[in-house]
Ligand binder design. Sequence first.
Ligand code: ATP
Ligand code: MG
Length: 273
Amino acid sequence: MIVKPTLPPYWYPARSQAIYGYLLSSTDIYNSQSSLLIPAKSLRRHAVCGKIGAMGATPTVPIRTDAIGLMGGTFDPIHFGHLLVAEQARERYQLGEVIFVPNDIPPHKKDYEVSLAEHRYAMAVIATADNPYFRVSREEIDRSGPSYSIDTIRAFRQQMGPQVQLYFITGADAILEILTWRQPQDIVAECQLIAAHRPGFDLQRMTAVLGAELAKQVEMFTMPALDISSTVIRQRVRQGQSIRYLTVPNVVNYIHKAGLYQNHRSNRGKCEG
Ligand code: ATP
Ligand code: MG
């Protein structure tokens, strides 16, 4: 007999991990001849090591449920570069969850018309749906006014309490934008900034722009470089080129279905999606 958890998977991955771990590890598992197949104590050992996955995923590292990653961006559209940064950061810092936070009004000037937040949100949900450790937040979309990272970090701090360690995940290029916008000292006081090297990024320039003190607060991590950007995807769609393998297949489908990026005027997409 295979014992299945009686509770439905809960959206909160870290907690569902705990629920699965608890339910499984508190019950011996028998086969149809009632012979003991897996004793509960063995399951408990695996659960503690994070080897019992939530919703079908098999984590490879232990998980710190009190460590949460925040990944801000315009995500117009979300692509494999974003997903890879988030997954590598999750694994490296043993994050219990990575929360993607699409912005509403990017405070830095964009030189193109940003797609409707609802499209960007929908694509982020589609792209992250198969990862139990990822979720997408409407925090910035539902907040009126420009999306400042410090406001977002404070909102999550308030929701999650002082015991949670927040990691703000970015590509190296975005660090400069974030720390030159607003209250950089408060940002580094509230969370740990982690920045993935991005192809073409000049590390020395970062120190020059931020100053040595602030630059020291940013933890850089290397990951396999993926030279993909939303800009390239938008350009390729506009030029009628393939965007397969640059992002998740259903995001490719969504882009075409909603008519995103086809020309300058259609950047905001059809509302009916
Ligand atoms: P755009 O070309 O419109 O600026 P983008 O691809 O840079 O889009 P953003 O939404 O601006 O995507 O970026 C969100 C975050 O993801 C930023 O921290 C950015 O540095 C990071 N990022 C985006 N693409 C990559 C990539 N290929 N490798 C590493 N980090 C990335
Ligand atoms: Mg960018």
